[in-house]
Design a protein around this ligand. Structure first.
Ligand SMILES: Cc1cc2nc3c(=O)[nH]c(=O)nc-3n(C[C@H](O)[C@H](O)[C@H](O)COP(=O)(O)O)c2cc1C
Length: 438
């Protein structure tokens, strides 16, 4: 049998990929928008619905960056509400391990697993920066080098809390007045970051362990995922980069005693579909022009250069300045550890193609992953999966909430015809949708 494709729907809320100024765009905050996109995903029998997280509004040169959409209400609250209006769709929350305590994380995620009947997932992210930290009690108190030390310890403790109740610990003997087995929920842990002991307050949730997703890209991040995640949300959606990433991460699994199919790799991708390939290319071009206006091009270049570039014309040549490492011109967005080689690559591409600054940003940053007729898109996606560039995809629409309608109506049926995507849900838990052991 061909490898089966896994699909997730991303509700962006933030980033210039979202064209919130388009007349077809609706609120990034109203529950109706979340519900509408989740219902589309469930109609398409997607594995899960994915919410990202930002713990501080992005700023550029000290001002809120309102070219990015200011959306993103708190994920677990939104997903709990979605649990009540969906029946099978997995519900994945991005929640930071640096700014939360393991007990809270374990409890909130187990609660989502209970209220959804086994559909919860935790995307563990590790932003540690002082800018984000200013919103919290202790400021930027974590060294970058420790972000995964704390994440690993948090995940280990969260799992031990989930395991603090066994399946049969809940006795519920009304006649005898016994709620739980003696000792149920007891935990104790002494680590570098936490010394905690007590009783975990919630009986075991339907999945036992909600699905764990990881979304960092460094060597440490990849090891963290290989050691303990069920899914990686990667940025390597292009075919060759996807294959390289896939091979790298899967080759780390045996060191942790894990089988190749115990970790699913799902890159973020975009899809532009139209009646013909030529129409889809036109549409894709129009979307990119909307996503990267002149001012957005300058801001994205400032993120790379680490300098104020407001005196430059976006329709002119690339700045001649050298990039600055570790600058705070743009805050609240993942920056570049080593911008020099990327600037060199941009310069080479611009020179070879005669591109302006804006054209360079569009071509370097906003490549759409799958563009074409429904058949072209279905075949390309299937090729990616069968050739191990991915196990599936997290689809990032440029419009919310209607941005996945075409995909679900026109591409999903073709994937089903090819026998590489489910025609209906075969189970109710997210672990089962993903083919992962409980
Ligand atoms: C595809 C992708 C999505 C991410 N989404 C988020 C997010 O929603 N919120 C967040 O705080 N960090 C997010 N991150 C940042 C990572 O969690 C991590 O903090 C950052 O990449 C640094 O880790 P690294 O050095 O391993 O890459 C994302 C990273 C990637 C690659």
């Amino acid at each position: 049998m061909s490898k089966q494709i896994h699909l997730a729907a991303h509700f962006p809320g933030v980033n210039n990929t979202t064209v919130w100024s388009d007349p077809e765009s609706r609120s990034q905050i109203d529950f109706a928008s979340f519900r509408n996109l989740a219902e589309t995903a469930e109609r398409g029998t997607f594995d899960f619905f994915f919410l990202a997280e930002g713990l501080r509004l992005r700023e550029v040169k000290g001002r809120i960056h309102d070219l990015d959409v200011v959306g993103r209400p708190e994920s677990l609250t939104v997903l709990s509400a979605l649990a009540a209006v969906t029946t099978h769709l997995g519900l994945a929350a991005t929640v930071n391990s640096t700014f939360n305590e393991p007990y809270e994380l374990a409890k909130r995620l187990a609660t989502l697993d209970h209220v959804s009947g086994g559909r919860a997932a935790w995307n563990v992210v590790t932003s540690w920066d002082a800018f984000t930290g200013e919103n919290f009690r202790r400021g930027g108190y974590l060294d970058k080098a420790d972000r995964y030390v704390r994440a690993e310890e948090s995940l280990r403790i969260v799992r031990s809390l989930w395991d603090a109740w066994r399946d049969d610990d809940l006795v519920l003997d009304q006649a005898a007045g016994v709620f739980a087995r003696e000792g149920a929920g007891a935990f104790a842990d002494d680590g570098d970051h936490f010394t905690i002991r007590g009783r975990f307050g919630l009986p075991r949730s339907p999945q036992g362990h909600p699905v764990v997703i990881q979304a960092g890209d460094s060597d440490q991040g990849r090891d963290f995922a290989a050691a303990g995640a069920d899914v990686i949300f990667s940025r390597h959606g292009a075919f060759e980069a996807g294959q390289t990433f896939y091979k790298d991460v899967k080759s780390r699994l045996p060191r942790h005693g894990r089988a190749e199919d115990s970790l699913k790799i799902m890159p973020a991708v975009t899809v532009v579909v139209a009646d013909t390939d030529a129409e889809a290319l036109d549409k894709a071009h129009h979307i990119r022009e909307q996503q990267v206006s002149g001012p957005t091009a300058i801001v994205l270049a400032e993120l790379l250069w680490g300098r104020d570039l407001s005196s430059y014309d976006p329709d002119g040549p690339l700045p001649a300045d050298d990039p600055v490492v570790g600058s705070s011109v743009t805050q609240g967005r993942v920056g570049y550890n080593d911008p020099a080689p990327i600037v060199a690559e941009w310069r080479a591409q611009a020179a070879a193609n005669g591109w302006s600054l804006r054209q360079t940003v569009i071509n370097q940053q906003n490549r759409q992953t799958f563009v074409g007729s429904p058949t072209t898109v279905a075949e390309a996606m299937n090729h990616h999966v069968q050739e191990n560039a991915a196990d599936g995809f997290v689809l990032v629409p440029h419009l919310t909430p209607g941005g996945l309608d075409d995909f679900v109506d026109r591409v999903v049926p073709l994937l089903r015809e090819r026998g590489v995507f489910r025609t209906e849900y075969e189970s109710t838990t997210l672990r089962d949708h993903l083919g992962l052991r409980r």
